[in-house]
Ligand binder design. Structure first.
Ligand SMILES: [Zn+2]
Length: 220
């Protein structure tokens, strides 16, 4: 629609998640009219994130160093690991202030439609972290959608076989959504009300549909 560089910029911006054609156009014209200094700072930041950001060698969260700030913090509880799909979910759980343990970022969720199986996720790395027996509880905090549930079911069976206590966030999170979009209070309650998964039992979101509504809301 436009010529040359401005159209190139609109096209590039339009490829970003959550940015439609109209937003891409608005951002492109904003950049065109912005101070040269602001624009070069933005472009340097973009280049730097690709050059310098890396993943923590322990938990695979995004990190500026070999180990992320959470793994490097001696005050964190090393007996509990919260398993999430993506780095952005670490931020969501941290904002609830309900969890003082460590994390493990899987790098996605099991999704046969997209050709993503357990081997494509950092599950082997998680099992290796459990090998020395320091960790006594693994909390599975995958997204409350189909892929997240499939991943949670797979993981809980695998981890129970390793003899570790496995828990799953309580219900109450908006189903079909993304963990990062849950508000802090809801996510915090889901965390507090997490339930331990018993060996040799299927993973059920609502184990007892008639009793204990207090347990479901994580009231306390
Ligand atoms: Zn880490």
């Amino acid at each position: 629609m436009y010529e040359g560089p401005i159209q190139d910029l609109i096209d590039e911006l339009g490829r970003l998640p959550g940015i439609g054609p109209r937003s891409a156009q608005r951002i492109a014209f904003y950049i065109l009219s912005a101070d040269a200094e602001d624009v070069s700072r933005l472009s340097e930041t973009l280049a730097r994130v690709k050059r310098m950001a890396r993943f923590c060698e322990v938990c695979f969260n995004v990190s500026a160093e070999e180990r992320c700030r959470i793994c490097a913090d001696p005050r964190r509880d090393r007996t509990a690991i919260c398993v999430v799909e993506e780095s952005k979910d670490v931020g969501a759980v941290e904002r609830t202030r309900e969890f003082r343990g460590l994390y493990h970022v899987l790098g996605g969720a099991i999704s046969p439609i997209d050709g993503i199986g357990p081997g494509d996720l950092r599950i082997r790395e998680l099992c290796l972290r459990l090998a020395d027996g320091t960790v006594s509880e693994v909390i599975i905090a995958t997204d409350p959608n189909l892929e997240g549930e499939a991943t949670a079911t797979y993981l809980s069976r695998l981890l129970l076989d390793l003899g570790v206590q496995v828990s799953r966030l309580a219900s109450g999170l908006p189903v079909g959504g993304d963990l990062e979009y849950a508000d802090e209070v809801t996510l915090g309650r889901a965390f507090e009300g997490r339930r331990t998964i018993q060996p040799n039992r299927p993973v059920a979101a609502a184990e007892d549909p008639v009793a204990q509504p207090a347990a479901a809301t994580g009231e306390g």
